[in-house]
Design a protein around this ligand. Structure first.
Ligand SMILES: [Zn+2]
Length: 174
């Protein structure tokens, strides 16, 4: 169960703003607060996709970290703890009933919104990425663990990634 709290809502507002600033061709709308992906994406009047937004608070640097905090404390310069990008199992579920079937894009911002990564939902949620369950503030959760090579980094690459996956040439405006 996802608990809807004012804090979550506030976190959602900031990532909505960050994401919408990246759009030059597409337009995003938040339709519902509690269910389904965070934003609906439109190309002109046409609804073409959804976006699921996250803000990863322990991704504090601009670059994706090469070493985790625990290993850094031991004096290591790199470790394998950030080799994979984790997505919680609860994001694997399908669209709410009645929602049009469209691709879903997973966008994760770093703590201050200066960098982000994107990957398509169908790339993330495959059996080969299904990982161990871990203890989190929500209780035990399984995560899908995606090698970082499979995601695309950079604010400037977010919209082009979506356009590319949808076969829209980025020069076109509708
Ligand atoms: Zn580590």
């Amino acid at each position: 169960m996802i608990i809807y709290s004012p804090e979550n809502a506030k976190a959602g507002v900031v990532t909505d703003e960050w994401f919408c600033k990246l759009l030059k061709v597409l337009r995003a709308e938040r339709r519902y607060k509690r269910k389904g992906p965070d934003l609906w994406l439109f190309y002109g009047e046409e609804h073409i996709a959804y976006v699921e937004l996250e803000r990863k608070l322990d991704w504090e640097s601009y670059e994706w970290p090469t070493v985790c905090k625990q290993c850094a404390k031991k004096g290591l310069k790199e470790c394998n703890h950030w080799d994979k990008v984790n997505f919680p199992e609860r994001k694997a579920r399908g669209l709410p009933e009645g929602w049009p079937e469209k691709p879903v894009f997973m966008v994760t911002f770093n703590k201050d919104g200066t960098n982000a990564l994107i990957v398509e939902h169908e790339i993330v949620f495959t059996p080969e990425h299904f990982g161990e369950r871990r203890w989190t503030r929500r209780g035990y959760e399984h995560f899908y663990e995606v090698p970082k090579e499979k995601v695309t980094f950079g604010l400037e690459n977010i919209e082009p990634y979506i356009l590319n996956r949808l076969g829209i040439r980025s020069g076109e405006r509708k």
